[in-house]
Design a protein around this ligand. Structure first.
Ligand SMILES: Nc1ncnc2c1ncn2[C@@H]1O[C@H](COP(=O)(O)OP(=O)(O)OP(=O)(O)O)[C@@H](O)[C@H]1O
Ligand SMILES: [Mg+2]
Length: 879
């Protein structure tokens, strides 16, 4: 805005809905939103959805025009097209028509492939549902987050992502990690008291912001803003304009720019040279532009997106679902996996083993007390949906005989992962109530009045046997009617309950496979160190040390980063500590994955580069994950890592092809055009050559990949690619010049013959080289190409050789060649392939020093994009 000095108009930034609501009373906001304590009615919610639009910050839908636009956006293509039109007017109608037809086919090829891949990505999106618990008409309902409207009452629990901007009407120990919106690393405590008007986004203690994660406690809030009107929505919408690029995409971008630059310089040079030599203007321009088109890797985006789409299908077949396409790349990058124990390394089928009573207690009594301290009403036992240990307790044979019905439950403090225990206030008919506490021995023993040496010895014995152990303690509670955590002191230890959960038979093999892939594995568990260490030993995992939750709390962030790298086991860690450990681990190395399935794993899943969960997991964990395994199995995960690396390896093949042979050929054509008195190939022929070459390359995503290329995290090394180009480009040119010599001196070829010969040689050398480049091993013998790739390459060579004999030969400017030429060609190609093979061996021995992958850390825009992905609708974003 330009205004005269002193008269500049400062538009007051409109205060966002959530900030306005924060300054008001909860009740006032509720009535303002025309909502009530029982939420909106279904009809009202539907009406508001129509009025406000979906709660989305992103739209996704493959739009053909966009994809097509990307294909024709290249300035070189436009220039070439324009020149062809001009040339049609100056009388070269056929040439122009040929060019136009080939260009249209090329663009169509890229378009079809990219569009299909986009549709696959769309289908992936459509399958995803992110839901929230909402109160509608007084009933708790799971509602798709995109269908939330202002006035809805949302229920929040630990691990959940806040689905919209909420004014809280109820908060119980609620804390939110708001770093995605405010950048503040520490979780913010929430309450319902209004804040001062004009408070900043970081100080809205009575609101929960969209996109933030519930770190502790729970609460209820009324939606005051959805979609783009939320604080997070504004950030996300602002960032859509500049989609964050992955390292891989950045690498590809650099590579394309590099080739484009080479193309521009080269073609300018040959064009100027042609003019200086007095060649016809239009023809020279067409020729140089065709060369430029030949050099630019037009199909690169199509190859990448086809690879990703094929990869996500291949993963789905192996029972791995990725939520977004980039997850595949992240999987390939994985170098550290932190996993929970139960169900991943152990069978997860927890079975009650026995009671270990202390002193004069009966074994049956310990079990009875244990049953009473589960989240089950003894009057009417209902055991569905219980936590695994509690379920095991109820399913035991002894439980059936336990006299639970003789007791009444007066109150209970349910199990929570921070305290690692549960309490109950129970009374037998006709006697005084007692407090029963059941939980991890490390939590319960300190609450007991005295614990004698025999009790600790018994515990050590159970641990040493590999059991999961729960301690039971009680105290008389005459007069107590309600139970709080404060009442759980001065207890008497009554005994232990031991459970078994055996090691998974195939876990060992899976761990070895992951180790072979260069992925380190660590365990984070709420269970005790002894039990975790024992599991490690049984699985043959090299245990480098254990870090307990207490030790984690004693370290600052820098110390934790060091210690966490060194340790193999994190034991007795709380959900919050798991998340902190993951964040610390992410400071070094490449991608850190976290695998978990419980409520207590959700925070860590959000913190990891790749959150991995399983189909059977609780909803918050599934919701937090980027990758879902249909089977809880490390082997399936190893498949995912392999697939990610396979895609990367195949894309690199395409890049190496483009930089070596293809580039070499275009380079020799440019040189020849200056040396020879005629064009070495007509512009249309160059484009046709390029089209044929490109179509053979489209099969690369299907190619087999050698095991050694999968052995380490994939990463981009532009320097290695440049060295590859400088070595293989000239070798290719050498053979082009040999062909030139052959055509001119041996066959005394006229221009049409020369062009035909060189066209065939060029197609053959350019495409067949893929058999050598695709592997580091001896081609054909030690490593085979996939059938589709082999067939398409050979078919393209055959088509090239047939063209001079085809009905199209005349139009395209080709003419048949003597039989002797083909004999010479076969010899030439064979020598070429052998030379390239030798150069390859030398290259991998000397020039491509295996560099340690660089560390990487994804920046803020990535985190926003990832969080925003859950707020997407199938239509474009409503503005
Ligand atoms: N229902 C329960 N009642 C009492 N104590 C329990 C109960 N469930 C678990 N515990 C105790 O809390 C500890 C931590 O359990 P939690 O479920 O947090 O572990 P976790 O991190 O999920 O472990 P894993 O890695 O094995 O999945 C258990 O080792 C046990 O001692
Ligand atoms: Mg668990």
């Amino acid at each position: 805005m330009t205004g005269a000095p002193g008269t500049a108009v400062v538009a007051a930034a409109p205060i966002s809905p959530v900030r306005a609501a924060a300054a008001r009373d909860a009740a006032a906001v509720l009535s303002e939103e025309a909502s009530s304590a029982s939420g909106l009615s279904d009809a009202e919610a539907a009406a508001r959805l129509a009025r406000f639009g979906p709660n989305a910050v992103r739209g996704h839908r493959a739009r053909p025009w966009r994809v097509l636009g990307r294909q024709v956006r290249s300035p070189i293509l436009i220039l070439l097209f324009a020149t062809a039109i001009v040339s049609a007017f100056v009388g070269q109608g056929t040439e122009a028509l040929i060019i136009a037809v080939i260009l249209v086919v090329s663009v169509g090829l890229g378009f079809v492939n990219e569009f299909r891949a986009e549709q696959a990505a769309d289908a992936l999106h459509d399958r995803l549902r992110h839901t929230s618990i909402v109160l509608r008409g007084g009933v708790r309902r799971s509602v798709d987050v995109t269908e939330l409207v202002p006035g809805d009452l949302v229920v929040l629990s630990v691990g959940a992502v806040v689905p919209a901007d909420l004014r809280l009407v109820e908060a119980n120990g609620l804390e939110c990690d708001e770093s995605i919106v405010t950048g503040e690393a520490h979780a913010a405590a929430k309450s319902v008291a209004p804040v001062a008007a004009g408070a900043g986004v970081g100080d809205l203690s009575c609101c929960a912001l969209m996109g933030t994660v519930v770190h502790a406690g729970g609460g209820t809030g009324v939606v005051v803003a959805t979609g783009g009107s939320t604080e997070f929505g504004r950030i996300a919408v602002g960032l859509t304009a500049q989609q964050p690029q992955t390292e891989f995409q950045r690498g590809l971008g650099q590579f394309s720019t590099f080739l484009l630059l080479v193309a521009i310089i080269l073609t300018t040079l040959i064009f100027v040279a042609a003019l200086l030599l007095g060649r016809p203007l239009i023809e020279s321009l067409l020729f140089s532009l065709a060369i430029a088109v030949g050099i630019t890797p037009q199909l690169l985006p199509a190859v990448v997106s086809t690879s990703l789409a094929a990869g996500s299908r291949a993963l789905a077949r192996r029972r791995v679902l990725v939520k977004r396409m980039v997850c595949i790349e992240d999987l390939g990058d994985l170098d550290l996996l932190v996993t929970d124990k139960t169900g991943t390394l152990t069978t997860g089928r927890i079975v009650f083993d026995r009671s270990v009573p202390l002193d004069d207690v009966e074994a049956d009594e310990v079990l009875l007390l244990g049953l009473l301290a589960t989240d089950v009403d003894p009057a009417a036992p209902q055991t569905v949906g219980l936590n695994a240990l509690d379920a095991a307790l109820w399913q035991s044979e002894e439980a059936a005989a336990a006299p639970v019905s003789a007791y009444r439950r007066l109150d209970a403090v349910p199990f929570d992962h921070e305290r690692r225990m549960a309490g109950a206030l129970v009374a037998a008919t006709g006697s005084a109530p007692i407090v029963v506490v059941k939980g991890a021995p490390e939590s319960v023993l300190p609450l007991c009045a005295e614990v004698d040496a025999s009790a600790t010895a018994a515990l050590q014995q159970l641990y040493a046997a590999g059991s999961r152990v729960i301690a039971i303690a009680t105290r008389p509670a005459g007069g107590l009617t309600a139970l709080t955590a404060d009442d759980e002191t001065g207890l008497t230890l009554r005994g232990y309950l031991a459970f078994v959960d055996g090691v998974k038979p195939d876990a060992r093999a899976s761990l070895e496979r992951l180790a072979g892939l260069g992925v380190g594995v660590k365990i984070a568990t709420g269970d005790s160190a002894v039990v975790a260490e024992r599991v490690c030993t049984e699985l043959g995992m090299p245990a480098a040390g254990t870090l307990t939750g207490e030790a984690v709390d004693a370290l600052d962030d820098a110390q934790l980063a060091e210690a966490a790298r060194a340790a193999t086991i994190f034991a007795r860690v709380s959900p919050e500590q798991k998340a902190r450990i993951i964040r610390a681990l992410r400071q070094k190395g490449r991608a850190v994955g976290f695998l978990g399935d419980g409520v207590n794993d959700a925070l860590a899943l959000h913190s990891a580069d790749i959150g991995i969960s399983v189909d059977s997991a609780v909803d918050v964990a599934k919701d937090a994950a980027d990758v879902l395994l249909l089977d809880k199995d490390l082997d399936v995960l190893a498949d995912g890592v392999t697939e990610g690396r396979r895609i990367f390896a195949n894309t690199i093949k395409y890049v190496l092809m483009g930089t070596s042979s293809n580039f070499g050929n275009m380079f020799s054509a440019s040189i020849a055009s200056v040396i020879l008195p005629f064009l070495p190939m007509l512009p249309g022929q160059i484009l046709l050559n390029n089209l044929l070459y490109d179509s053979s390359q489209l099969a690369i995503p299907s190619d087999n990949v050698d095991a050694e290329q999968l052995a380490a995290p994939s990463h981009w090394d532009i320097g290695a690619i440049r060295r590859f180009m400088l070595l293989f480009g000239p070798i290719s040119s050498l053979f082009d010049f040999a062909t030139f010599g052959l055509m001119i001196f041996a066959f005394h070829a006229a221009p049409p013959e020369f062009r035909s010969g060189w066209f065939i040689e060029s197609i053959a050398t350019q495409t067949l080289i893929v058999f050598v480049i695709r592997t580091r091993r001896v081609p054909f013998l030690r490593s085979r190409a996939s059938l589709p790739l082999a067939v398409s390459v050979l078919a393209v060579v055959a088509i090239g050789a047939w063209l001079p004999y085809s009905p199209l030969a005349g139009v395209l400017g080709f003419t048949p060649l003597p039989a002797l030429f083909f004999l010479a060609l076969v010899g030439l190609v064979l020598v070429y392939l052998v030379l390239v093979e030798l150069a390859k061996v030398w290259y991998y021995a000397r020039l491509s020093a295996p560099r340690a992958p660089e560390e990487r850390r994804r920046a803020y825009p990535f985190r926003v994009a990832r969080r925003a992905a859950r707020f997407t609708t199938r239509s474009p974003r409503p503005s």
